[in-house]
Design a protein. Structure first.
Length: 311
């Protein structure tokens, strides 16, 4: 991981415009900050998806049409609050499934396991720490799988990357496996903006943590007080883009790279894309990556959709 992190930081900070990938937000501290984001009232995504899991959980189970025992594999599980809501609906009807959460952060997995023990004692859990695809490659060929990719995580990938990720996932899935994938939908732009440009400064801390992480892991001397956070929603294409802004002209040395990077006054580092979709875009993404769309499950405000795709 550190080698890849080093290379990506080097490439991103040497590019124009500068960029750093939001996939590096999620060390243990970043995962903890993300949990705080999910608790903010402005971050409507969590409540909307929680509602879908609560109200449509049993319908989702029926739509799976699994005749034998199955695995529920969650990619990027986080604290699992929404997933446990779904699984408790499943468990009310049948018990013959195993929950396999995969997350890059061991701390996130520890929190999740504690939550499972509290909320759904008796549920069989086989957590896996690591990269989604590495873990997925090792799955037994005989058990049907429901793969969960919730929280609109797919919106953090640019379209071509999202397509290649889903095509890869399709190739790893067996005939009959299902994917339940969350998409944040386009809505009143003010609602979207408030979820990211939050008044508590938690999203800012989430972005700043990336600089802190580079300082710690790559022996850099970023001064966090010399950077600020900016984000912008473009309702015409559904893209929230987040940036760090250099508050002054400055040089930052990264020891692990033996390099110094120059930042101009007000220069941006693009850190994250959080794409908001239309239902038509969801359908197009499904079809262009080989899947069949079986059903869409929406919350009552139509803020969010969990879309069930089949191979
Ligand atoms: C994980 N992902 C879907 C979040 C999002 O909404 O793009 C990450 C996030 N970034 C800022 N706030 C939350």
């Amino acid at each position: 991981m550190t080698e890849q992190f080093k290379t990506d930081v080097d490439l991103g900070l040497s590019a124009f415009p500068k960029h750093l990938s939001s996939k590096y937000f999620y060390d243990d501290i970043g995962s903890e900050i993300f949990r705080k984001i999910m608790e903010m009232p402005e971050y409507y995504l969590t409540d909307a998806e929680f509602e879908i899991m609560s109200l449509h959980g049993k319908q989702i189970l029926r739509s799976l049409d699994f005749k034998s025992e199955f695995d529920v594999i969650e990619l990027g599980a986080g604290d699992g609050v929404k997933t446990l809501q779904l699984l408790s609906n499943f468990k009310a009807v049948r018990e013959d499934f195993t929950f396999v959460p995969i997350d890059i952060s061991q701390k996130a997995i520890d929190v999740l396991e504690e939550n499972v023990l509290k909320e759904l004692p008796g549920l069989e859990v086989k957590s896996q720490q690591g990269d989604y695809f590495d873990v997925l490659e090792q799955f037994p060929p005989d058990t049907p799988n429901l793969i969960l990719f919730l929280g609109s995580n797919i919106g953090n990938y640019q379209l071509e990357k999202a397509k290649s990720l889903l095509t890869h996932l399709y190739a790893l899935m067996k005939e009959g496996d299902k994917l339940l994938i969350g998409f944040d939908l386009q809505k009143n732009p003010i609602t979207v903006r408030q979820a990211y440009d939050d008044p508590h400064g938690i999203t800012k801390a989430f972005n700043m943590n990336l600089l802190h992480r580079i300082n710690k892991e790559l022996d850099a001397d970023f001064r966090l007080d010399k950077f600020d956070f900016y984000c912008h929603y473009n309702p015409l294409n559904g893209e929230v883009k987040s940036y760090l802004v250099s508050l002054t002209k400055q040089d930052v040395h990264i020891g692990a790279l033996k390099k110094t990077f120059r930042f101009n006054h007000n220069e941006l580092i693009w850190t994250e894309l959080s794409k908001k979709f239309t239902i038509r875009e969801v359908q197009e993404l499904c079809e262009s990556t080989g899947f069949d769309l079986k059903a869409n499950f929406l919350d009552c405000k139509h803020y969010f959709v969990d879309s069930l795709w089949c191979k």
